[in-house]
Design a binder for this molecule. Sequence first.
Ligand SMILES: NC(=O)c1ccc[n+]([C@@H]2O[C@H](COP(=O)([O-])OP(=O)(O)OC[C@H]3O[C@@H](n4cnc5c(N)ncnc54)[C@H](OP(=O)(O)O)[C@@H]3O)[C@@H](O)[C@H]2O)c1
Length: 325
Amino acid sequence: MSSINVALLGFGTVGRGVYEIIEQEQKRLTEILGCSVNIVAILVDDETIERNVPSHILVTSSAHDVLTQPVDVVIEAIVGVEPAYTYLSQAIEKGCHIITANKEMFAHKGHELKQQAKERQVSVEYEATVAGGVPVINTLRQLVTVNRVVQIEAILNGTTNYILSEITNKQASFAEALQSAQQLGYAEADPTNDLKGYDALYKAIILAELLTGTKVYGNHVFREGIKSVIKADVIHQQLKGSRVKHIATLNFGQGQIDIRVEPKWITSEHPLYHVEGVDNAIVMTGDYVGRLKLEGPGAGQYPTASVMVEDLVKIFSRERKLVNN
Ligand SMILES: NC(=O)c1ccc[n+]([C@@H]2O[C@H](COP(=O)([O-])OP(=O)(O)OC[C@H]3O[C@@H](n4cnc5c(N)ncnc54)[C@H](OP(=O)(O)O)[C@@H]3O)[C@@H](O)[C@H]2O)c1
């Protein structure tokens, strides 16, 4: 392979981060992979916006034009289930590997994409869909080669953890905490998906599908957001040593899985008690290894983009090893 050709779908916070890391780390990537990594095309919604990228890179709102380029891997960072799913499915059909950060799409269609990729013998990588820069997907993949994961407890949404931290530590009202999250860029203008627990649920479903290899349907799932949390209760419970956290719990029983995403009162012995602000954390219990905890930035441009570039390195290092073997 003389070069790895990349198409980027989306050039917002995450897409631009991927572009910048690939450009800045070109020398290192070439050393590791034995060839250069070239971004050949970028798909955007509004092609009239100036993107400040070199003129040899195609920037277009036509998915057809992007997917008919000679591309080895498609890196997707757009928003929502469609048209992202259709584009990735088309890319797989053309024999491209795919990498995505789009948790909403992957919670709904990840199982189908994985099946399709298996048939076409290409890779699907999705580390960025769960907990941003925290390498939970690859850790779990490694773990399950020997361990059975019996439980996961996790804080998977930085916005809600920030709001609950503000209420707990500064006695802010819910409205004040939300406003502060929006001012700092942690919460979207429309924060519904975060506050109602959908965002955390999408990530929990992605983890559950990774561990069970099956599609997870709504009947195994309970979801409650953080709107029911009352400041007076937070202050009262804190005096008794408890804090409220929005926690995703996945219990893996005998061929059964139970997923709950809800506010929970926990005490200082709990491993998620000290997770503050926009951080995410995942506590995994394996039958041999016991309890492991990962914690770090659950979102953000460079943390998220860096795990996507790591996914790319993983795919093509694997290919290179196969060739060398
Ligand atoms: N931001 C984070 O920290 C983070 C962390 C983990 C995962 N994610 C996930 O990563 C994805 C991207 O997030 P983001 O924060 O980078 O979003 P963003 O800043 O809103 O960027 C979205 C990009 O997608 C393009 N786009 C949107 N709809 C499109 C369509 N129908 N066709 C073609 N292009 C389209 C937009 O084009 P224009 O530029 O023309 O508007 C924009 O470049 C989301 O699925 C998100 O859940 C984000």
